[in-house]
Design a protein around this ligand. Structure first.
Ligand code: MG
Length: 258
């Protein structure tokens, strides 16, 4: 028999390694995203398929709630009941002085899509001339502002969570061009006594570019004041701000998240 100095070592290593490999291969993996919390094996063929969603180009996904289809503000209310902002040519426009509008339905955590444009002829000076805002739960503002070119305080420019977080970059298009916001909004959670259990957050893609990366919401949006939370319902309307400027919007849809 030939001498094999490493054989005893290799044999022991194999004895240890084989069961470890088997254990790893057989271990079920906990998937935090599985809705039924069942533990699935890796590549388990019995794991249910996700629902099919049709994604036609430049239109809402098939499972989204369309909040503006180009023709009507039926899904919105305004001061006095109806949302009487202008609707024309597939978009709607702030009617200055008429007040904010908000969705008839309430929403909590959601994926939200909206396109907005500052008319080409508008002059933007800081917060004046080109201002609106997107309010989740009627109180947490993602700023809408002409910001190309237009300098203002950075926690009040386009893509900012107003008074809280500047955008990571300025991805704003010039006036006269459509901008897109795609937002993952997570609603805050409150305890039974009204205190905050978990802060809300926003992740925002601005014209496809990440500008808010899971940014924590500090409280209800406030002007020149520190934001504070106060407990509220788990689903509330989404609002759009009349800041006195004729900002345009189109292709608005929402997908509630569980
Ligand atoms: Mg605003």
């Amino acid at each position: 028999m030939r001498s094999c100095p490493l054989c005893p070592v290799l044999s022991v290593a194999a004895l240890v390694a084989v069961p470890v490999v088997l254990l790893v291969a057989a271990a079920p993996v906990q998937d935090a995203k599985s809705t039924d919390k069942k533990e699935w094996a890796v590549h388990d063929p019995a794991r249910p398929q996700p629902p099919m969603v049709a994604t036609p180009a430049s239109k809402a996904p098939s499972d989204a709630i369309v909040l503006f289809d180009g023709t009507s503000l039926d899904k919105w209310t305004g001061n006095g009941g109806t949302a009487d902002w202008f609707v024309k040519d597939g978009y709607f426009e702030v009617k200055p002085g008429s007040g904010n509008i908000r969705t008839k339905d309430g929403f909590g955590s959601c994926q939200f899509h909206i396109e907005w444009m500052i008319p080409a002829e508008r002059e933007c000076k800081g917060q004046q001339g080109c201002n609106s805002g997107l309010f989740f739960m009627d109180r947490y503002e993602l700023q809408i502002l002409g910001s190309n070119p237009n300098q203002t305080y950075v926690d009040g420019m386009a893509g900012s969570m107003y008074g809280q977080h500047p955008p990571l970059v300025n991805a704003c298009r010039p006036n006269g061009e459509w901008n897109t916001y795609d937002v993952i909004f997570h609603a805050p959670v409150f305890k039974a006594d009204g205190s905050l259990e978990k802060a809300g957050s926003m992740t925002v893609f601005f014209n496809g570019v990440l500008v808010q990366d899971n940014s924590a919401i500090l409280g209800a949006t406030a002007h020149m004041a520190k934001a504070r939370y106060s407990a509220h319902e788990p689903a509330l309307p989404i609002g759009l701000q009349d800041h006195g400027d004729p900002i345009r919007f189109r292709n608005v849809w929402v997908r509630p998240l569980k």
